[in-house]
Design a protein around this ligand. Sequence first.
Ligand SMILES: *Cc1c(COP(=O)(O)O)cnc(C)c1O
Length: 439
Amino acid sequence: MNPHLESQFPLTPSPESPRDRLRYNIATELVYVDNPDNGASPHDRYNASSMPIYQTATFKQNSATQMGEYDYTRSGNPTRSHLERHLAKIMNANRALVVSSGMAALDVITRLLKPGDEVVAGNDLYGGTLLYLSASNNKGQTVYSNIYTTDPEEVRPRLTENTAFVLLETPTNPMIKIADIPSISTIVHEKCSRAIVVVDNTMLSPYLQSPLDLGADISYESGTKYLSGHHDLMAGVIAVNNLSLAERLFFSINASGCGLSPFDSWLLMRGVKTLAVRMEKQQSNAIQIAKFLESHGLKTHYPGLLSHPQFKLHHSMARGPGAVLSFETGNATISERIVEGTRIWGISVSFGCVNSLISMPCKMSHASIDPETRAKRALPEDLIRLCVGIEDADDLIQDLQTALIKANALKISINGCHAPYNLDQENDAMSLSVGVLDF
Ligand SMILES: *Cc1c(COP(=O)(O)O)cnc(C)c1O
C-alpha cells in the first residue's frame, strides 16, 4: 500500500528539527542553505548550489512494491521539499508547506473548519480574504469579520466554545492598524482550548516578524509579495509547529494538488535569498518617505513614525516597520490626480516588489468591498497607499513631490513665488507653505 495514503503525510521532506538549525541571525539564515550531505532530505547527488528544478510529475519505483522517496509531484517534489525545509527554518517552524498562492494557503487552512465553527476575524483584512470568508457563512460556519482586533478586549467577548479560528493581520492593509498577537493568543488559548490563532504575515514577511514565536498557531503569507520580491510568481506559505496540524493541512494540499510547482518553488527559493537586502532598502526608503509626507502635514499611517498610535506595540513584536504606508489628502479627486501624476511609482495593486507602487485602495485593491462597508470600516475614500521599492529614495520623494504639487495638494512657494493653489475644498486639504523643493 502506498505509505502516503496510510499516513496521509509525505515521506519527505523529513527535516531534522529546523529549530536546531536556526543558528545565525535571520539575514544569514536566509542565504545560508544547509548542504544536505548529512543525510537530510531532499538530497542532490551533485551538491548543486542552487537546488535543481525537478520538472517531473512522476518518479520511478525500484520495484513493484518498493516505494522511492518520491512518487508523484502532487504529493511531493524535491525542489518543493527543499524550499519548504528552508522556509520552516526561517519561519522558526517545525513544518512549512508551500502552495500555489496566498489565497490557496487560506483555502487550505479553512478546510480545517467544520460546520458550526465560528471564525473571529479582524475588520481591516485583505479584500480577498474578506471575500473568501464571506462565502464561509454559507458553508455552515459563522464568520465575524467586523472585530476591532487592535484591542484584545474587543476580541474576548466574541470567543465561544464554538470558536475555531481567530484570524489576524498586523499591520493591516491599508489602514496600518496593529493587532497584539501575544495578548490575543493568550486570551484565545485560555478561553477556548480548541481555537487556533491564525496570522497572515504577508505585510512584514518572516524577516521582520515571526508570529509563531509570538503565540500564533498558524502563520501564513502570500509568497507573491516580499518572499518572491519581483512580482514574477504567485505562491503561498503556511508554517506551523504542531505536526498533527501540519498533517491535516498537508492532507488537503496532497488531495487537491495545490502544492507549488517545481519551477515556482525554485523561483521562490531564489527570491527568499535576497529578502533581507530588499527589505532593508525598501524599509529605509519607506521611513524617509513617511517622514517627508508627515512633515508636509499629510496624515500618514506608518508604524515607523512615532505618531503611529500603536508604535510601541508594533515594535514589541516586529523587527521593523516594513515598507507599506498610506496617507490621506482630504480629497479623493486630488488623490486620484496624485496617483496619476507620478512617473516612477507604478499604479498597481499588490506590494512587496522591488519597484515602487502607488494605489488608491478604495478604487483598486479594496473596490470589491461595498462603499457602505468601507465607510463602516472607516476606510477613507481619499487614501493613497504606497508600496515602497528599492529605487533611490531621493528620486522617489522628488517624483512624489512633483505629483503632489501638480495635483495642488501642497501649497508651495518656490523662490518666493506661490505655485497655483486652487482647491475646491481648501479646508479639507492641507494648507502649507513648503519652502523649497529639494527635500
Ligand atoms: C496578497 C495578499 C494575500 C493573497 O495572496 P495571493 O498570493 O495574491 O493569493 C493575502 N493576504 C494579504 C495580506 C495579501 O497582501
